[in-house]
Design a binder for this molecule. Structure first.
Ligand code: NAD
Length: 240
């Protein structure tokens, strides 16, 4: 903890990379952990372009439920701590794999949503976007006027990341002196590569209660939950 905070204080450029685990303490299930969404749902039916082509109504029913759960949830102390770090570090970037908007609601502004968000739907035909509210997308709106289908505005398995967002994330990883990885199993690529392949000689710290695919390669492991450990980092940072 002390070494990480010394390095954060000395750093000009910092990247934080987050995954589903940071929202676990807000009551949102992760994908792969205990109680994770992939244990109870079939990925290929719900989170792939093929699944959507097969049954867009089923896919929307699931994402409408998830969207409602995101909006009922509140950011936790981990989300707020990352927003606080952004205020203290001149070049701070937060890249998240989450689509729940909790970082934005906690006040993070230098935010790259690598996998999109459920704030909007996007047309498969004309790419037009439509904002979603807490009710999500009604069934009678799935077919768009242009002949395409409105789909969740997120990145599904097998799809490329939006190139502008990805390029900014790679640049942030390449110039970062410290990379803090929170609540991700680090098995979904290319996002995980930000903390490995693109990390250069940055000091990489991992915050996670469980070992992950990158635990053996990082410089510093803080075993604990995001809402416990991240506020302690801000406190230690401020104590100088
Ligand atoms: P994952 O489910 O693969 O891994 C979650 C990780 O979080 C695990 O390593 C687990 O040990 C850790 N974790 C669990 N509780 C934690 C806590 N309280 N504090 C810190 N860490 C904790 O999730 P991932 O790596 O983000 O997988 C990537 C995919 O999951 C992305 O595509 C993302 O879009 C999607 N996802 C997003 C949400 C969301 O938006 N809230 C929810 C589920 C999945």
């Amino acid at each position: 903890m002390d070494e990480l905070c010394d390095r954060l204080r000395a750093a000009t450029s910092v990247l934080a990379l987050t995954g589903a685990g940071i929202s676990a303490e807000s009551g949102l299930p992760t994908f792969r952990g205990t109680g994770g969404l992939w244990r109870t749902h079939r990925v290929e039916e719900l989170a792939s372009p093929q699944g959507f082509a097969r049954d867009p109504r089923l896919v929307w029913a699931w994402y409408n439920e998830r969207n409602a759960a995101h909006r009922r949830a509140e950011p936790n102390a981990g989300h707020y701590a990352l927003a606080a770090l952004e205020q203290r570090i001149s070049d701070f970037t937060l890249a998240t794999q989450n689509v729940d908007s909790l970082h934005m609601r906690a006040g993070s502004r230098r935010l790259l949503e690598l996998h999109g968000s459920l704030r909007t739907a996007r047309c498969t035909g004309c790419e037009q976007r439509r904002p979603l509210d807490s009710l999500g997308l009604p069934e009678d709106a799935i077919e768009h006027a242009c002949g395409g289908y409105l789909r969740p505005d997120i990145v599904w398995f097998g799809e490329p990341l939006p190139s502008a967002v990805w390029e900014r994330a790679v640049e942030a990883a390449s110039r970062a002196e410290v990379i803090v990885v929170v609540g991700t199993s680090a098995v979904v690529y290319p996002a995980a590569a930000l903390a490995t392949h693109y990390a250069g000689d940055a000091f990489v710290a991992e915050i996670n209660p469980e070992p992950t695919a990158i635990s053996e390669r990082v410089d510093c492991l803080l075993r604990g939950t995001a809402a416990e450990v991240l506020p302690r980092i801000v406190e230690t940072f401020d104590r100088g």
